[in-house]
Write a protein that binds this ligand. Structure first.
Ligand code: DX5
Ligand code: ZN
Length: 220
């Protein structure tokens, strides 16, 4: 599985979003990670679909949208129109059949589908969704804010999901830097969302290169 680095838009300089997206792409980012927060599922509000469309329009790399909202299934058309190439929804937003239906709808629109687990949920919660997803997202902080400390106790969860699903992407999100990316890669993750440690690093290109190198040592 190739290592992919996904800078999180949330950490960029919001006064210069276009320039920041280009800086991410020219610094070696593989994907842009866009966090949609509704102030209900998480205690923060971020940005919406017009913003994502505008941000993604200035670069060639794909945009991955992380829906931290209570009703992501209402917005699948909007997500497609925003240019998203993949959409992640949390598994506790609705009963299991409704989550599966939403995953189907995401895929029917030609986007990749993923399910996220908040820190309190066990690895086994991903199992019912495995036939329908291209990626699992293991939250390594409580979702809602950038700049939080990585939760090391999420590592066994990554390992369990990797053992259960050798072929899907496993994304980690929250507190990822060179050191924690190595830990997650060793546990089986291959997609690394990096907010603070990319956009706010003194040298973004150098930061991404180091994170990639740290993760590639353990490439699965
Ligand atoms: C947190 C978001 C993350 C966040 C990561 O809820 O899902 O994508 O931007 O930021 P850092 O890397 O600073 O923890
Ligand atoms: Zn995220």
């Amino acid at each position: 599985m190739s290592v992919l680095i996904a800078p999180s838009i949330l950490a960029c300089d919001m006064l210069a979003v276009g320039r920041e997206m280009k800086r991410a792409a020219s610094s070696g980012a593989d994907i842009l990670h866009a966090d949609v927060m509704d102030g209900v599922y998480v205690p923060n509000i971020s940005f919406g679909f017009d913003f994502i469309k505008a941000a993604g329009s200035v670069v060639d790399i794909p945009v991955d949208v992380h829906m931290m909202t209570v009703c992501p299934q209402k917005y699948i058309k909007e997500l497609k129109d925003s240019g998203a190439c993949s959409v992640t929804i949390h598994h506790d937003i609705a009963p299991e059949p409704d989550v599966i239906k939403a995953l189907w709808e995401i895929k029917n629109e030609g986007m990749r589908a993923a399910v996220a687990l908040r820190p309190k949920f066990p690895a086994s919660d991903i199992e019912p969704f495995l036939p329908y997803i291209d990626m699992a997202l293991v939250m390594t902080v409580e979702p809602g804010f950038g700049g939080q400390k990585f939760m090391e106790d999420m590592l066994p969860k990554i390992r369990k999901i990797r053992d259960a699903a050798p072929d899907i992407d496993i994304q980690v999100d929250g507190g990822i830097n060179e050191a924690t990316a190595a830990l997650c890669a060793e546990a089986g993750a291959n997609v690394f969302v990096v907010g603070t440690a990319s956009f706010r690093a003194p040298d973004m290109k150098e930061a991404i290169k180091k994170i990639r190198r740290a993760a590639e040592k353990f490439e699965v």
